[in-house]
Design a protein around this ligand. Sequence first.
Ligand code: NAD
Ligand code: UD1
Length: 338
Amino acid sequence: MPILVTGGAGYIGSHTVLSLLEKGYDVVVLDNHSNSSYESLRRIESLTGRNVIYYEGDVSDRLLLKRIFKDNKVKQIIHFAGLKSVSESVVLPLKYYENNVMASIVLIEEMIANNIFELIFSSSATVYGNPADIPLKEISKVGGTTNPYGTSKLMVEHILNDVAKSCPQMDITILRYFNPAGAHSSGLIGEDPNGIPCNLVPYISQVAVGKLPKLSVYGHDYPTHDGTGVRDYIHVMDLAEGHVAALQHKASRSNCRTYNLGTGKGYSVLDLIAAFERQSNTNIPYEFVERRAGDVAECWANPDLARQELKWSATRGLDEMMRDAWNWQQKNPDGYKI
Ligand code: NAD
Ligand code: UD1
């Protein structure tokens, strides 16, 4: 029975589709290409020698969902499809609530109507807001999100918890990702941001390849070991494998379970620059600028629950992440645009 992967052409979705195919699963992808191209799927097919069943369309399209469910006998869904720009969400909040929350409601309604009960949802460490107790556990306080993107993720988490209570057949896994980075070691698939990247690793990569002149380091007066922000960077292939582990996990504890997917280690912006320079043999020019609004000093996971229950933990370190990010960037300076 194939797995439906919404948003499967995007950054994390494409790496997960690759992992699923390599593990022998059949995969159906639904993507509207608002932030991706078909090229990622084409490359996955050539890497694995396997076929991906593909539908171009929107998660909120009920008729399309019904057709996909009927044609493919789907029983499990991984729901990556969503918009993820923090800054855009501040300017266009309704776009985020419509795309991330309303489309998720349509998907859940159609799942239940079509007797599909297994769902894995992409959430984010952003739901912890300004974290009080580091490292973050799943039971740490959530809320205090500072932008509509983060709030949309928290809203869907609440909705899923309520649906699970009202519908005992549901089997829901909420995965809170920390900071995904890197790419598949082939350098054929990776992160392809639209325009100037907002996130650190794609920005450094574009400086390294000469597309951007220098990195602005947001703040160097944080209470961290070198004054710059500390995050839990996780290799995107570790993250992908976390989804496979969640899919294989047969749960009894609860029919809606939440897991942190992180490494449990925090690295600063300066640590990242140094690791990237080591791996790429380049020099990353940077300057210290003001803190970015909404940023927190430090944020990293306690990943014990995923290790205990999903039997999963991240195995790739910072150097491997930076090596693979650089390999992807070098081989694809313009991303998937050919
Ligand atoms: P991405 O933008 O690369 O991938 C998302 C994919 O979903 C894209 O291919 C896009 O075209 C598609 N999509 C968006 N809305 C859709 C809709 N309504 N119908 C069909 N397709 C739609 O992003 P990503 O980094 O791969 O993130 C995947 C998920 O993980 C998102 O939900 C994101 O919020 C979440 N997440 C990402 C990060 C991160 O740092 N990348 C961190 C935490 C959580
Ligand atoms: C950001 C989002 C978060 C989202 C996550 C993954 C904000 C406030 N948070 O997290 O909601 O879930 O991306 O998409 O945008 N940095 C620089 N210079 C840069 C870029 C980043 O110094 O040009 C620093 C930041 O201050 C931070 C670290 O690098 O300390 C990581 O930043 P980033 O990659 O944007 O991720 P987050 O801020 O953790």
